[in-house]
Write a protein of this length. Structure first.
Length: 438
């Protein structure tokens, strides 16, 4: 892909109605992007069905939810959950009596990890076991789901699976240096990608973040054929990240967070959508903006791209409601600090020669550098200090707005999608929010 393909106008189509079925392919934990889609499905009167990743016993064997866990998960979703464990990835899979990939990397230390080698033939056996386990579980889920979607109904499959980092102490220490370190604590992201540990993580990212979308599309083929034969339509969506257009110097320009290690898997996710689309299947990856979540907080500086949304709200005709969002952001800043001063810091950051060098779409995802870490992490820390509390930040207000805007954009565009890969940038999110609050 040579350039992003942004969705420019707020979509108005809607084929979904009461009796249609919304399937969340990924468990709902806390507050995130998926909530926006679920809200739209509920508004349309759709039946909501979810899945679970299951839970691990103390010996790491995978199990279904208990009755109590299932009740809690269904209450959180507001729908029924098919209780078949759909844990993606292969980091805890292995032939009986042999070490899992997580066991193998657990032996690595901060001193040795860059030189430690993995047995790739064994890793491949673990991957094959993990993939078979997942696909077998998908088949069970689809057999149960088949009886829950009537002939002629429309079905909306929303893929939300992402991640894949093996749970190991050494990676936490490495991640702190790559994503949070500067000066003497800086670590090159390339050093991780060139190591066997990094190569394992990328393989597992592919399985969790990207290939599960393919397994979903393939696994639901019989349901799709039945529904389409009886007059229904089937749609698939997935959440991507591939940089975002934000206001820089008065115009919308593509930029990105660096180093986004999952970027390779997110591009593979796009490829799965493109392959499905070529076969006449309406599958779309929506590349969404940077936001703050529990899982993104390790990436210090990812939140800096959020601040220009405030200017976009005004530029796209937000009026009094947009001004109220500015005021909400002012209220979390320390006395004596101004929102205008904060936004000037962001302008200076985006105008820096260092950041201009990373606005290279075709080279994405680029490796980090010591200069980048200095500018990005330094700016992030300086802006955080402008707040009254680390527990109430401007980026919390803005993240909630992005979540609110992306739900209806994705839901309505998916009725009549323009293509397999689309970008939801700050302009269309601001337009959507302004329309909702006019």
């Amino acid at each position: 892909m040579k350039a992003p393909i942004p969705l420019r106008n707020v979509p108005q189509s809607n084929i979904f109605r009461k009796g249609d079925v919304f399937v969340l392919f990924g468990e709902l934990f806390g507050r995130g992007y998926a909530n926006g889609l679920i809200n739209e499905a509920r508004k349309a009167g759709m039946t909501i069905v979810g899945v679970t990743v299951g839970r691990r016993n103390e010996d790491n064997t995978l199990r279904a939810l208990t009755a109590e866990e299932l009740a809690t998960a269904e209450a959180n979703l507001g729908g029924r959950i098919i209780n078949v464990p759909l844990m993606a990835g292969f980091d805890l899979d292995a032939p009986a009596g042999t070490p899992t990939p997580t066991d193998m990397v657990a032996e690595m230390t901060l001193k040795t990890w860059q030189d430690d080698k993995l047995d790739w033939a064994h890793i491949e056996k673990c991957r094959e076991i993990g993939v078979k386990r997942f696909k077998d579980s998908v088949a069970k889920v689809m057999a149960e789901l088949d009886g829950m979607i009537p002939d002629g109904a429309n079905a909306f499959f929303a893929h939300t699976m992402a991640g894949g980092i093996p749970k190991t102490k050494v990676f936490l220490a490495i991640a702190n240096r790559i994503y949070k370190g500067r000066g003497e604590r800086f670590q090159s992201s390339r050093s991780l990608l060139d190591s066997d540990l990094g190569k394992l993580i990328l393989k597992n990212f592919d399985e969790v973040t990207a290939n599960t979308f393919q397994y979903l599309i393939e696994g639901s083929a019989a349901i799709r054929a039945r529904l389409e034969k009886s007059g229904g339509q089937v749609r698939y969506t997935a959440y991507g990240y591939h940089g975002t257009e934000i206001l820089i110097g008065g115009s919308y320009q593509w930029q990105t967070y660096t180093n986004y290690t999952q970027g390779y898997a997110k591009m593979r996710l796009e490829q799965h959508a493109e392959q499905a689309w070529a076969q006449g299947i309406k599958a779309t990856v929506y590349n969404c903006p940077e936001i703050r979540t529990n899982s993104s907080d390790i990436f210090v500086g990812v939140e800096l791209s959020l601040f220009p949304l405030l200017k976009a709200l005004k530029q796209e005709g937000g009026g009094a409601w947009a001004e109220a969002q500015w005021q909400a952001c002012r209220e979390v800043l320390l006395e004596g600090e101004s929102l205008e001063n904060l936004l000037q810091k962001i302008d200076d950051y985006n105008d820096s020669e260092v950041m201009k060098g990373f606005r290279n779409f075709e080279a994405w995802p680029m490796d980090n550098t010591a200069d980048l870490a200095e500018v990005m992490i330094g700016t992030s820390e300086a802006i955080t200090k402008m707040h009254k509390s680390r527990d109430a930040l401007v980026t919390d207000v803005l993240s909630a707005l992005v979540l609110e805007g992306t739900g209806p954009l994705m839901f309505h565009e998916t009725s009549k999608p323009a293509g397999p890969v689309l970008w939801l940038s700050h302009d269309v999110i601001a337009k959507q929010l302004n329309q909702m609050h006019a």
